[in-house]
Every structure is written in structure tokens, then in C-alpha cells.
Design a protein around this ligand. Structure first.
Ligand code: DGP
Length: 119
């Protein structure tokens, strides 16, 4: 989509730090990190949000989650914890309307929220 920043990152007409990519997903570093490790798993297909995903293809969601798990494990090591977040809708804090999954690690949730002034 023309005005979608994540589509432009996928097309490589906008810059980003790409951590991983395959035929379905791209993993980039978040430009405004909330935690010491903050990555985004972005499907190449443009879905406005999680609500647009087709229930008839649950394996696709599995591949999205397993991609996030694999990259998170590679980045944080076997003992490191991480959190996966999908903000869905404006009132939940979604600001980019192209489905993406946050990988957050290195700081507990509550201090991440305080950093963003959300508490
Ligand atoms: P959300 O609020 O869940 O829609 O998350 C959108 C995230 O995307 C937010 O943490 C900041 C990040 N972001 C927005 N624009 C860019 C960009 O141009 N490059 C990168 N790397 N991240 C971006």
C-alpha cells in the first residue's frame, strides 16, 4: 500500500534495520524502542490489523508466532525472557495500520509503560 510505512520498508523504499527476512515476514528493529531489545515482526502481506487475518489459515498465524519465537530466542539467548505484543486498534495503541508483532525484552512491562508515560 502506497502510504503504509511498513509496506515501504518491505519494498525497501524506506530505510530500516532488518534483522531477518523470508518470503512471508520481515523482522526489523523498532525505531522508538520501549525495551533494550524491541523488534517488530511484519508480514509482507498488508493486513490493517490482527482483525483482518483470515481464520481459514491458522497455520499462517502459527508461522508468524514461531518466527517471532525463533528470532527472540536467537536475540536473547536460551535463558532470556521476552514478550510478544500485537496492538489492535487505535484505542489499544496501534499507530501503524499494518499488522505487526512486537518482540520486547530486557525490561518488565510496567517500567516500559512508565517510559512511554502511559501510567
Ligand atoms: P504500534 O503502536 O503497535 O502500531 O507500533 C508501531 C511501532 O512501529 C512503534 O513502536 C514505532 C514503530 N515504527 C513506526 N515507524 C517506524 C519506522 O519507520 N521504522 C521503524 N523501524 N519502526 C517504526
Amino acid at each position: 500500500m502506497e502510504n503504509c510505512i511498513f509496506c515501504r520498508i518491505i519494498e525497501k523504499t524506506a530505510p530500516s534495520e532488518i534483522i531477518y527476512e523470508d518470503e512471508e515476514f520481515l523482522v526489523i528493529r523498532d525505531i522508538h524502542p520501549l525495551t533494550p531489545l524491541h523488534l517488530l515482526v511484519i508480514p509482507r502481506r498488508h493486513f490493517t490489523s490482527l482483525n483482518e487475518l483470515d481464520e481459514s489459515d491458522p497455520a499462517y498465524v502459527g508461522r508468524l508466532i514461531f518466527t517471532a519465537r525463533r528470532i527472540a530466542s536467537e536475540q536473547v539467548g536460551p535463558k532470556g525472557g521476552y514478550r510478544l505484543v500485537i496492538n489492535t486498534g487505535e484505542t489499544a495503541g496501534q499507530s501503524v495500520f499494518h499488522l505487526h508483532l512486537h518482540i520486547l525484552s530486557g525490561r518488565p512491562l510496567i517500567s516500559s509503560l512508565i517510559t512511554r508515560g502511559l501510567r
